[in-house]
Structure formats: C-alpha cells, structure tokens
Ligand binder design. Sequence first.
Ligand SMILES: [Fe+2]
Ligand SMILES: [Fe+2]
Length: 352
Amino acid sequence: MLATGAQRIAFDDWVDAMREWHREIDVAPDPEVVLSTKFSDTAGTEIGFGRYAGERRWESVAEIPQPEIKDELLRLIVWQGDSEVRAVEQARQLLDSAPSEHDRRRLVRHMSEETRHGWQMAYLLVTHFGDEGRRAARELLERRATRGEALLEMFNVTLNWVDVFSWHNWGDRVGKYQLTMFAGCGFAPFARSIAPMLQEEGFHLVIGYQGMQRIAAAGRVPVEIHQRYINRMLAICYDAFGSEVSSRAQKVYDWGLKAPWSGGKVDPPRANERARAAFIEGGCLISGNSTRRRSSLASWPSSIAPISARPPPRRRPRPTRARSGATSTPATSSRTSTRAGGRNRSPCATPR
Ligand SMILES: [Fe+2]
Ligand SMILES: [Fe+2]
C-alpha cells in the first residue's frame, strides 16, 4: 500500500519528532545506517497458521476481519517499536565510557539500527492505524528507558560494559526469536518488515558474542563475576518470553498474528514456553554445552564457565505492571518463576 499525502505528512512530522528525540538524548546516527523503511519481498502472500490459514494476508487494517485482532496487532507493533527505541536510550548511557573506539563505533551502529527498527514500526503505526497509530507513534518517543518507562522490563535495566555484551548476545537473541515468529504475521506490512530487521539484528549478536569472548580472553574480569552477569541476563531473557501457559499466546496464534516457533508440535497456549525452550537450546549450542549435540559454533573460550554452571537467579515479577514483552505473548496469569525449568534445573538440560 502506498502512503497517501496525509500519511506522508504525518510520518514526516514523526521523523521530525524522532530527530528531536535524538538531539535530546544526544545521539548522532551512524551515517552508514540509512534511516528509512525497508520491506522484504520474500514474505509469502498467505497466512500460514491459525483460523485464517490459507487466506490471503491482510494488506491494510480494513481487511483485518475483527476489531479485536486489529487492536492486538496494534499492541504488538507498539511493544516492538518501544523495545527498539528504548534499546537506543539504554545503550546511550554507555557511549561516553566506551573502553575503545572500536566499541564506541559498534555501539553507535547498534543504536542507529535500533532507531531504524523503531522508525519502521512507527511507519506502520502512522500509515496504517489512523489517529490511534499516530498517537501511539508519538508516545514511542515520549517514554524513556532512563525513567524506567520501557514497556518491556529488560529495557529498563541499567547496563555496564561487562554485561552489555551479555545483553547483546542474549537480549538481542530474544529479539531474533520474537521477530522470526512475527515474520509469519497475517498483516502483510508487518511481516514484510521483519527480514531486513533480522538481518541487522545479526550484527548485534556478533557484538555480544565477540565482546564476551574478549572479556574472557583478557582475563581481567574473574570468571565467577562474568558468569554472574551472564546468568542475570539470561534470567531476564527467560522472563521476556512470557508465561508458560498463555491465553494471549493462544489468541495471537489463532488470529494469525504470531507464528509458532518453527518445528515440532504446535501447542498454541504453550507457544511462549516452546520458544523459550528453543532459545535455551540455542544458547546451549552456541556455548558448546548441549546435552543433545555439539554445534560447529562450539568455540566458547574455555575461560568462561559453561552457562549451565549455575542456574539463573529467580526473579520476582514486578507487581505494578504486567510486562510481557513487546514481542512476547503473556498469559493473563502472573506466574513467571519456573520458566527455565526450576531452581535446580540446568538451563542446558534438554528442554521439556
Ligand atoms: Fe532491533
Ligand atoms: Fe538489536
């Protein structure tokens, strides 16, 4: 769908507000990252799951068969967009203390790409969701991670230059899982947004993985301390997938908004749990620690203890806000504490 003149003007206004937001948080984007929308032309034309499986994907909000589906789609895009722009604010707090020019430049590129992802989500909101979308896009730029206002709790966490690499390796990996599931969304403009975002996210994972390797190789951070940072980040990431059994996950599957994690049996109420189990298994593979098989990526430096050395600390959900994640699909239930398999269960044990 081509944007109308009014939609273009509305988005130009949003871009002006975005530049003002950059000035306020003192971010100069990487000139090599072009701030623009990007759409893939490889997304299929049919919905692949749920009650509308086999039907043509919706090109506009007017084609969405029920207002509740539109409302949920809007919410998902808002949470995704919020995660993108809050990631910029979170990273910005580290920029002035970068340990090297190499790290500073990587962080600038990361912030610029996350800005582009926020731009992409804002474009969807402004172009497709009328006044409600324009208001939501404006509000994306009004919240602040530095004031603890990120919709997804993991973006309210203050990072340092040890745990930022864990954050990129694990936190951006959560994003990769969630985006991959959104690639199946029945709303075509959202589905087509995903592949370019995923491509850029790949670099964020590289920043994290290589940074953790460098910390291990330098030998200045005791392994025990580094392990604690990694465990803390993993616990946050586990939570970000949402509750094990989720009526909302069931709904977004049924409505064709979020595909189940690929492979295996489809069990919509347990979609969050299945995606989290895949995340845990993937993490075990890259750390060369799988109980099932070894990965060719199993080159984790021996000076880092395997991530199964200690179960992650249990975290209490914040009582005031029912966070689930921009991209996760929480249950209406508030149970959150046993997702990684229980207190004494290694996260690298075979996922259930
Ligand atoms: Fe992103
Ligand atoms: Fe990212």
